[in-house]
Write a protein that binds this ligand. Structure first.
Ligand code: MN
Length: 727
């Protein structure tokens, strides 16, 4: 074992020994030995033994006082990624808890979160959090990144810049959101050096030049503050610091100023024992120095979304030098520095849709002071989280993040990329493997859509997709197909009617048809045909308008306007909530209930394409169906759509004993069901001794209601038989 490695391990052990009981060090040792064995003679880019890295990560975690499984995860985090060790092996040796965490870190390592687009960065951050099911995974990942940033020197400048940008855009903001101020600060300053080297140099040089002066005035101010606080009897310690290079940089960019114009480089921090003394300390400061207007901020009364609490103010110091003061309690300080890492342990928390900040706050509320848990061994074993239970974050092969609702399918993904991709989608690969189009996408899935030109979406997709975007696009295409069908039916309908009336369709000019189309408010003949196909007007009406002199006079009167409504009873098109029947695969076709059997909602039905009149819908038990279906290719699938408020007229024949009061009982059954009676006729068959016959036409919603009615009628004593007449 190289001495550097052994020394580093000893450093980790002595850190852990400070806050964990001795027996746990055994499992740490096992993890260490195993990592050493697996990484073997691997070297880092710097030429050092590879183990320097996992040990460095473990050291960061130990200094954050993480529990032993977390530190084991730190030691083992690259074993699966960089050696041929499987995750099952980790589970066998170190338990599910550690295995799950190592697996989580490995998963994150496989994804390149770098995004040059600003608007994608937030999605990447959310995805990273969404992919994590144990909060310790994020903490190990951040420690991993921090150690990599500390040792970035040996990579090529391009890699350095890329990793630095990713750190600034993804990891530092996550540390910030989790309230880990110290981690965030170090990540930012390390990354800044590589991200914008010139600016970094400029700022550090300027700071260096003013260092003496700054340190002197800082020291003076600090002593003065300490003296004032002592005089007022406020127990406190005072820390002073010069602002971090990256926060100076951000200020320069935000306010578009040069480094010379950033004057409040100095900052004091007062850490006291109670909230009351925070405000008292603020009073002391403002009594001594003049506050800068608008710079007093009370994050105690109104904590930041990441639960940061403190009082902030800026004051003008003795020589006219402004400085910033932060005042907080010890507890607030710990939260500000370590954030989520300062807390552990679950509390009962409510899950469910919540704004982002609330989710993080929820996460933060889940855990308590780690200190209190020092002797507990398994308190984190169930620390699972699901930060974004309603969303799934997926990738295109080019690294674009696509955010979809939970359980979204590759079809949703395809439509999210582009309508054309959706329409021509015939298959999908997820993480390189072909999947079913119904596959429920998971966080981090890389989705590749297979397309085929001229392919059209299937209507079944409507029941599969989860996004309204996909649903609308699919509908659009299907409606276009239905329109094409309607045009076809309309044309045939017109031809047939022309033949019947002896009108020579060939002699009607295109101009005339366009004119008629115009009369109906359309711009072209095609729309006219579609209207015919949808049953909006009759072919005879069109012919009368197009060639009035050709339509035989005797055909004009009583039949006019009635052809369509007579033969065909058009049902409202799809967007009308009244629609009760529809052809599978197309929404707008002219569909009507066949008069021979008058099917009602809920009955098994079958469609039959009639010549020029649309689709007739028969009950499957209709005697006409067998002969009609002789031409099998004209058969078409139809289905009931929502029944809504529609009702169907049904004729019933009821045979009863001939006794008074029976009719009354029958009608009260109907009124109990809120059924409308259209007509009723009762006659006594006294002479034949056959009792009475009641014939009535009633409105029913569907088959179920009809059956209920007929059942109730049959239960009336004296009712012998209830029968439905089909026509
Ligand atoms: Mn690593």
């Amino acid at each position: 074992m190289p001495p550097a490695v052994a020394r580093l391990y000893e450093a980790v052990v002595s850190l852990v020994r400070e806050y964990r009981p001795a027996e746990e060090l055994v499992s740490l040792e096992t993890a260490y030995q195993y990592a050493v064995e697996r990484h073997g003679l691997q070297l880092r880019k710097s030429g050092e033994p590879y183990m320097i890295h996992p040990l460095g990560v473990a050291e960061i975690l130990a200094s954050m006082r993480m529990d032993v499984p977390t530190i084991q995860t730190g030691l083992l985090h690259d074993v699966v990624e960089d050696t041929d060790t499987g995750i099952e092996e980790i589970a066998k040796r170190f338990g599910d808890d550690v295995a799950r965490c190592v697996n989580g870190v490995t998963k994150l390592s496989k994804i390149d979160f770098y995004s040059p687009e600003d608007r994608q960065a937030e999605n990447y951050r959310k995805m990273l959090l969404a992919m994590v099911d144990d909060i310790r995974v994020i903490i190990v990942k951040l420690a991993d990144r921090l150690h990599n940033m500390r040792t970035l020197d040996y990579l090529t400048p391009e890699r350095q810049e890329r990793i630095a940008a990713e750190t600034l855009e993804i990891y530092a903001p996550i540390a910030h959101r989790l309230g880990m101020g110290k981690m965030r600060g170090e990540l930012e300053d390390l990354a800044f050096r590589y991200f914008d080297h010139d600016a970094y140099e400029e700022i550090t040089k300027a700071l260096e030049a003013r260092r003496l002066a700054n340190e002197e005035s800082l020291h003076a101010v600090q002593q003065q503050v300490e003296a004032e606080l002592r005089r007022e009897g406020i127990p406190a310690r005072v820390e002073s610091r010069i602002k971090r290079p990256y926060s100076i940089y951000q200020k320069m960019k935000r306010q578009k100023i040069g480094v010379d114009q950033v004057y409040d480089l100095l900052a004091l921090r007062i850490i006291t024992d109670s909230v009351k003394n925070c405000y008292a300390a603020l009073g002391v400061i403002h009594n001594e120095w003049r506050p800068v207007p608008g710079r007093i901020k009370d994050f105690i009364a109104m904590p930041r979304p990441n639960l940061y609490q403190a009082l902030h103010t800026s004051v003008i110091g003795g020589h006219g030098t402004p400085f910033e003061v932060q005042i907080r309690t010890e507890e607030m300080h710990r939260v500000a520095e370590e954030g989520i890492a300062a807390h552990w342990k679950y509390k009962e928390g409510k899950k469910g849709p919540a704004p982002d900040d609330q989710r993080i706050a929820w996460l933060r509320h889940l855990v308590e002071w780690q200190r209190e848990m020092r002797d507990s061994t398994d308190f984190m074993s169930t620390l699972k989280v699901d930060l974004y239970p309603d969303e799934v974050y997926t990738f295109s092969p080019r690294g674009k993040v696509v955010v979809l609702p939970k359980d979204a399918t590759p079809i949703d993904f395809a439509y999210a990329i582009h309508s054309d991709v959706g329409n021509t989608c015939v298959g999908a690969k997820v993480n390189g493997r072909i999947v079913n189009l119904r596959y429920g996408l998971r966080n981090g899935d890389i989705v590749e859509i297979l397309t085929q030109p001229n392919h059209l979406p299937s209507k079944d997709w409507l029941t599969v997709v989860k996004t309204s975007r996909a649903r609308n696009r699919i509908r659009q295409v299907i409606n276009q197909a239905a329109r094409a069908q309607a045009i076809d039916i309309g044309e045939k309908y017109l031809e047939k009617e022309a033949r019947r009336l002896g009108v020579a369709l060939g002699r009607i000019s295109k101009n005339d048809l366009d004119r008629v189309a115009g009369e109906y408010g359309f711009s072209k003949a095609e729309d006219l045909y579609a209207g015919l196909g949808y049953g909006r007007y009759s072919a005879r009406q069109v012919l009368l308008k197009a060639a009035p002199d050709q339509v035989p006079a005797e055909a004009v009167p009583e039949k006019d306007s009635s052809v369509a409504s007579d033969v065909v009873r058009p049902v409202a098109p799809a967007h009308d909530p009244g629609l009760v029947l529809r052809v599978k695969g197309s929404d707008d076709l002219l569909v009507y209930r066949a008069k021979c059997c008058n099917p009602i909602s809920g009955e098994p039905i079958i469609g039959y394409v009639t010549r020029g009149k649309g689709v007739a819908v028969h009950s499957r038990v209709c005697s006409n169906v067998q002969s009609l279906l002789y031409e099998a290719e004209r058969k078409i699938d139809v289905e009931w759509s929502r029944s809504g408020s529609d009702s169907f007229a049904v004729k019933l024949v009821i045979r009863t004993d001939d006794r008074p009061g029976l009719l009354n009982q029958l009608t009260s059954v109907l009124s109990q069901e809120n059924t409308n009676i259209r007509s009723l006729e009762a006659r006594s068959e006294a002479e034949t001794g056959e009792g009475a016959i009641v014939e009535m036409t009633v409105d029913v919603r569907d088959k179920k209601q009809l059956e209920k009615l007929m059942g109730a009628m049959r239960r009336i004593s004296g009712v012998r038989d209830v029968e439905r007449l089909l026509n």
